[in-house]
Design a binder for this molecule. Structure first.
Ligand SMILES: [Zn+2]
Length: 279
């Protein structure tokens, strides 16, 4: 009898753990998804990825800019369904027109994309998009798909350091490769909701996308993490976003498109290394 109980215990424990882990909020209105990686583990993976990023990229040595992205970033985060996650934002000195986020809420912006954003709401659109990938747990979901749920679960139940190291290595590759088209569309969609909730004009998203169309490649090359062919066509993103904004009307009064603080900071951005730099 005692032996039976002993044998049953791990299976019961496993069932409890799976149940506890498996249902997580992943979007506005309390959307749920099947997630095996706990928030604590996700943060550990993010911390490890952050160390890798900081080891290989040059962080912009300007406290005013670092404070700014954290102030605005956290303001947006506070309106999301994962406002409890300790997000960290950082500016990387690089001409790439890009931004990306890791699981656990580490978000990075290249100076190349900051130079492209003439108005604050354009940068807020990029921020809200990246934050949305984290809220929707897109990185974690792709980890589960790429590694297989069984492997993720066994790593999650195994030693903590072994788990995070293995997952973090795979996760960085996934984030740099970009997400699926449907995940990109979802991040655009959530981003517009979050930036409006935060008091910013969601039309900043349209301005940002239109700039990409004008950038000379027809807007088909991606920004936001990815240069892969799976990235949605920019014109399609514009159409979908316009439709979403139209459906939200009337928009709240007093939404902000720009700020003095942002314009002051723009003057402090380091010059591009190459005048003709392209992403
Ligand atoms: Zn994206």
């Amino acid at each position: 009898m005692r032996r039976l109980i002993r044998m049953a215990a791990p299976a019961t424990l496993l069932a409890v753990i799976i149940l506890a882990m498996s249902c997580a909020t992943t979007g506005p209105g309390g959307q749920k998804s099947f997630i095996l990686v706990s928030t604590e583990q996700e943060i550990s993976i993010g911390q490890q990825m952050d160390q890798q990023v900081r080891g290989s990229e040059k962080i912009l040595a300007d406290t005013a800019w670092q404070n700014y992205v954290n102030d605005v970033g956290r303001k947006i985060v506070s309106t999301t369904e994962r406002s409890d996650l300790p997000f960290q934002f950082a500016v990387i000195e690089s001409d790439q027109v890009n931004a990306f986020a890791t699981p656990g809420g580490y978000v990075y912006f290249y100076t190349g994309i900051l130079r492209t954003c003439d108005k604050e709401a354009e940068l807020v659109a990029v921020m809200a998009h990246e934050i949305s990938h984290v809220v929707a747990r897109h990185g974690v979901k792709r980890l589960q798909t790429v590694m297989g749920a069984e492997i993720v679960l066994s790593l999650a139940l195994g030693g903590k350091s072994e788990m995070t190291q293995s997952l973090a290595e795979t996760a960085l590759g996934i984030v740099m490769q970009g997400y699926s088209r449907s995940q990109e569309n979802e991040a655009d969609n959530f981003g517009v909701t979050y930036m409006t909730r935060s008091g910013y004009d969601p039309n900043g998203t349209i301005l940002m996308f239109e700039k990409l169309v004008q950038s000379g490649d027809g807007g088909t090359a991606g920004i936001f993490e990815s240069l892969t062919s799976s990235h949605p066509d920019t014109q399609d993103r514009i159409n979908k976003t316009k439709a979403e904004i139209a459906a939200m009307k009337p928009l709240p009064a007093g939404l902000s498109m720009d700020s003095q603080r942002y314009q002051q900071l723009r003057k402090r951005l380091p010059a591009a290394a190459k005048a003709s730099a392209t992403p």
